[in-house]
Design a protein around this ligand. Structure first.
Ligand code: FES
Length: 103
């Protein structure tokens, strides 16, 4: 079953559109795209890089290490050298905090 875990206030995403949160020992990257919120695993599927340190361009996050890209809405790997999708998590805003739904 899905458990909703509180993370950050949406204001934490204002500057870069992306921020990291640690939920139950798992690092998550949270994103703001056109007033909607999304979350993926923070670890790039290509190597040891934090997607929260990457560059968000629209709905694409560019990994800071080799500039591969993922769609933050679907987790799909869309730009080389990334080929493996990153896990996504549902996000909802409640009581002023973004909550991430985790198994
Ligand atoms: Fe992310 Fe290589 S570690 S693209």
């Amino acid at each position: 079953t899905l458990t909703w875990q509180p993370t950050l206030p949406p204001s934490d995403l204002e500057q870069y559109g992306v921020a990291q949160a640690v939920v139950g020992g798992t690092k998550i990257a949270l994103y703001a795209v056109d007033g909607e919120y999304f979350a993926t695993a923070d670890l790039c599927t290509h190597g040891a890089a934090s997607l929260a340190d990457g560059y968000l361009d629209g709905e694409l996050i560019e990994c800071p290490l080799h500039q591969g890209t993922f769609n933050v809405k679907t987790g799909a790997a869309v730009g080389a050298p990334c080929t493996i999708a990153v896990k996504t998590f549902p996000v909802k805003l409640e009581d002023g905090l973004l909550h991430v739904g985790m198994e």
